[in-house]
Design a protein around this ligand. Sequence first.
Ligand code: IPD
Ligand code: CA
Ligand code: CA
Length: 261
Amino acid sequence: MIDIEDIISIAKEAAPLMSREGFSVEEKGTVENIVTTSDIAVQDFLTDRLSKLLPGSGFLCEEEDVADLGHEYVWIIDPIDGTANYARGNANCCISIALVKNWRPVAGVVYSPWRGELYSAQAGQGAFCNGRPIHVSGRPFKEGILFTAMSTYRKEFAKTCSGIIYDIYMDSNDFRRTGSAAVELCLMAAGMAELYFEMRLMPWDYAAASLILCEAGGAICDFDGKAPSLTRPSLIIAANNGENCRRILDIVHCHMDRIPY
Ligand code: IPD
Ligand code: CA
Ligand code: CA
């Protein structure tokens, strides 16, 4: 049995590897999509420590094509979510670690050291920020704040995204873009926003934060209204409750009859 405090300790030990300076930056195909030497250092540290914590477990990690999936337990890791922010000294970046057992999420830790926030959840045991219980807000759609993005790494989807965002915006309060999906989903879990839409995210972007959001009372789904895949890219809709989630889904379906990837 895994103790979430051990995962939290390892995330905290990894955080100094997100150094303020002295890292180098490389592009991964496009100018928007970058990796820093810190991303690699954090990921190497986490895979080393977590494999010792849970011998025989597998890994799905963003960097360096780590996908060792044929295990009862698999760690899904984004070493730094919000790398473009990290590289600019913007605090909206985090380490994201999820543990799945037979592909069901059992634990999630999202640590944003520069924001001073550590979010955690275990299946069936509620969600926490810095050890204090958190819960989604009760705000209705029309008062909702939307976290979203314009499909940064696949700009061919930006026009469709803008139409969806426009329709949600006109029925709600406002929108925000912080540049870290994991931070945004955790802020929703803590009641600071109500609505979420992204055209295409990878499992490491949302695996940990989706458990934290659900444990805080929120809802998350893909284009088909089902739980998002933990192995493939997914369109992600989330909200502070199932009703608001379905309303975003209806808007998305007005703009698309299938996933364009
Ligand atoms: C990105 C962030 C961003 C989201 C992108 C992600 P990265 O992750 O979560 O908010 O809009 O789709 O890929 O590349 O900084 O790890
Ligand atoms: Ca990410
Ligand atoms: Ca990343």
